[in-house]
Design a protein around this ligand. Structure first.
Ligand code: ADP
Ligand code: MG
Length: 351
């Protein structure tokens, strides 16, 4: 029964506010990993290695060879809304880093134990320091290091009992982590990636620098996927706001799978776009007899001013101008390519 008298409105404790906010940004181990990975890429890393224990609930360790973090910046590193990437609101229009809100590391310190080892170029030693609830714990201690940054996130959700309980299946969470790294690994062919479970000698994701996109897809998703791919490109440069460029790979008529895999990057951000996915799936079910689900890698570049990257706390979705036009154009291109590949297959099997 709802109370008749209004309860007094009170200001929440900052610690409560921060923990609630953290839960929005860091929804699960894979969202923490995604933020860490994007920080490494923003730092110019060309080599990123990840080690995971218990699906990321016990440990996520990420090591990169990026530019490192300056000693002077360590006290601010994990405070909320501190960033080296954004200065003014208007910068969001032309932002070319994956991060910009200065929330990810801070959020992690409210729901996990976080420690950092980092060294910038030209230094003879690095620093190691840990953080709790946004605050640096003690002074950074000098230590041996190589240029770059290593971050350890331990005991994720140790203080959010309900959240922690929700993750009953660590191997499912590990699968999500592998999925995020896999997607970045095939998009960022200029960097090498690895990911493995703590204690394993074999990596579950492993790519090397300078492999072609197709080579990267082969290493990550297997030869069975890479064999049956068709390159697609599309673009529109009319003077209106629907300018875009797209390139990617789509599975041919020979490929068969139970679930659609769509790896989508818009302006180099890993995102989801349900309408685009739907539009392409429709093409496959219409053209291919056995309702096979496609594998799709799609990278779309649109003018930064046409994208709003700030519509979702995890940046999982973006909104952009003329979405319908763009989806239509891509759908037509995919349809033409797939028809082509299906026809040549029929021809091949008849002779
Ligand atoms: P954002 O990425 O939005 O700036 P984060 O909380 O993810 O916010 O990171 C805060 C800051 O810490 C970044 O702006 C960056 O300066 C620094 N940083 C985080 N991770 C790394 C890294 N791996 N290498 C170098 N600098 C980093
Ligand atoms: Mg970040």
């Amino acid at each position: 029964k709802p109370p008749v008298e209004p309860a007094p409105i009170r200001r929440l404790d900052v610690a409560v506010v921060n923990r609630i906010a953290a839960g929005e940004v860091i929804q699960r181990p894979a969202s923490a990993l995604k933020e860490l990975l994007e920080n490494s890429l923003d730092a110019g890393a060309t080599n990123i290695n990840v080690i995971v224990k218990d699906g990321g609930l016990k440990l996520i360790q990420i090591s990169d060879n990026g530019h490192g973090i300056r000693y002077e910046d360590l006290p601010l590193l994990c405070e909320r809304h501190t960033t080296s990437k954004l200065r003014d609101y208007d910068d969001l229009q032309s932002i070319n880093t994956l991060g910009f809100r200065g929330e990810a590391l801070a959020s992690m310190t409210f729901v996990a134990h976080l420690s950092v080892t980092t060294m910038t170029a030209g230094k003879t030693h690095g620093y190691k320091v840990s953080y709790k609830d946004g605050v640096m714990e003690g002074d950074p201690r000098p230590c041996a290091a190589v240029k770059g940054t290593q971050i350890l996130v331990e005991n994720l959700f140790y203080n959010v009992v309900a959240r922690k309980k929700a993750f009953k299946n660590p191997s499912e969470e590990y699968g999500r982590i592998v999925d995020v790294i896999s997607r970045y690994a095939i998009h960022r062919t200029g960097a090498s990636f690895s990911c493995k479970k703590h204690g394993d000698s074999r990596a579950d994701v492993y790519t090397v620098v300078s492999s072609s996109r197709l080579d990267a897809i082969r290493s990550v998703y297997g030869p069975g996927v890479a064999r049956d791919l068709i390159a697609v490109t599309a673009s529109s440069d009319d003077e209106t706001s629907s300018t875009f460029k797209m390139d990617g790979f789509i599975s041919s008529a020979n490929y068969s799978a139970k679930k659609t895999v769509m790896v989508l990057f818009i302006n180099d951000r890993l995102v989801e776009c349900a309408p685009l996915k739907k539009a392409i799936e429709v093409v496959y079910t219409t053209i291919l007899p056995k309702a096979s689900k496609p594998f799709l890698y799609v990278s779309i570049i649109i003018p930064p001013a046409h994208v709003d990257v700030n519509v979702h706390p995890t940046k999982r979705e973006v909104s952009f101008l003329n979405q319908e036009n763009l989806v239509d154009t891509i759908q037509r291109v995919v349809e033409a390519k797939l028809l082509d590949s299906n026809n040549s297959r029929t021809f091949y099997t008849q002779t």
